[in-house]
Design a protein around this ligand. Sequence first.
Ligand code: KIV
Ligand code: ZN
Length: 514
Amino acid sequence: MRRVQIFDTTLRDGEQSPGISLSVEEKVEIAHQLARLKVDVIEAGFPITSEGDFESVSRIATEVNGPTIAGLARIHEQDIERAWEAVQWSDRPRIHTFVGTSDLHIEHQMRSDREDILARAGEAVRFAKNLCPEVEFSPMDATRTDVGYLSEVVAAAVEAGADVVNIADTVGYTTPVEFAAFLEELQERVPGLADAVLSVHCHDDLGLAVANSLAGVQVGAGQIEVAVNGIGERAGNASLEEVVMALVTRRDHYGVEVGIETRQLANTSRMVSNITGYDVPPNKAVVGRNAFLHESGIHQDGVLKDRRTFEIMQQKDIGLEGSNIYLGKHSGRHALKDALEELGYKVEGEVLKRAFERFKEIADNKKTVTAADLEAIAADEVGSFEGKFVLESFRVVAATGRQSRAAVTISHAEQGTFEAEAEGEGPVDAVFRAIDAATSIKGRLTDFRIDAVTGGKDALGEVRVSVEFEGAEYAGRGLSQDVVEAAARAYVRAVNVYTAGRMGATRVGAKATP
Ligand code: KIV
Ligand code: ZN
């Protein structure tokens, strides 16, 4: 059976989602989980865009074994060299270079002409191929490109040594039948394409990314580019779990195989949601929490008699069955480490130590610590480790009809400890103002969301904030049974992301996009 490769771009296109800002540690953690999921390719980032992106791609190339590790590059030589410097540490490195080929992109974005782009695309692939054994070429906005011109560009890329040619529906414009016909015509016009892997990269602006990707498979695509939970630019990319389960469940129809360990799908989806702060809608196909719930009496009756009456997939196949993990205050560090590993988190050293301290604090107040609590703790600790400011303690006085008053103690890894007090409209506002005063960094809160991780009065509270510093927004997330503390932690995290000063990987809504 034909094997279709799953190319995951959660850490590159996914990270370009508005409001997502991942640290190096978070990206490495997700990459390890993607390797457990057995994706074929991890696009780890866009190394030229920032030091942070370069470091994440290099770390992933060094530490994550199994999948091919790809780095993105425009057709500029310095981009390609930077991508190579980052991916060279992998056993299976790949440079992924791209350029816009539609007239709109050529004229308005590249301010160039067809002839120039045609020549530069071929040169870029040749240059990349001299550095790296495997090169992928993407004509961006391919589906809005004149098919005659696109054929010339693709032929030039193949001629120059491209191993993979990725047809991008960059703005999610095409439709399944049209896309299939377009790809067939392209393959007819470029016979050399048969020697390369044909790939598809579909965006979800019209909600057709998965359907378009599957249409691509039906006319010979050997690689599909996807992101976990469908995150990505604007409306996102084709969702990994939906594409994979469509191919697995309807193998009879598509007649292809994938190498994915489907039992890791639920873990991976939850990890990406926890770390990015992008919720999975309850009714989301495959991994939504309602995907296997039956509400109507007729459905429940049918499922009790035989699950196949109303279920086309089994929960266990995607690892969605309820977890048996319950830890309590007597559980030790080993038990925590094992439980986290089962949930997909490979935490060690300093991160494990901090996660254990958080776990103990929580277990002292909460009878049982569930899998959802542990995932939230792990996601929080993986990300918070890099920050220089740490919230040591806070005190807040709040009363009806009066301004709230807060005092905070914040330490900085190099500058010592700072204390400050402030008044505000309610306890959260007062704490945020006190943090501004203690750090001498003034932020403007632009978004505040609060959730309970599990049910019950003793549930962990999770707060997500967006804070504006110097005109750009930065995201933060905090976790605690005390919601004011969760808010303070989230705010300090946003300050840390801002002060780390990493471009691209950190700024919300101000990223370097292709
Ligand atoms: O959507 C797009 O065109 C891309 C390319 C870089 C492949 O993300
Ligand atoms: Zn894209």
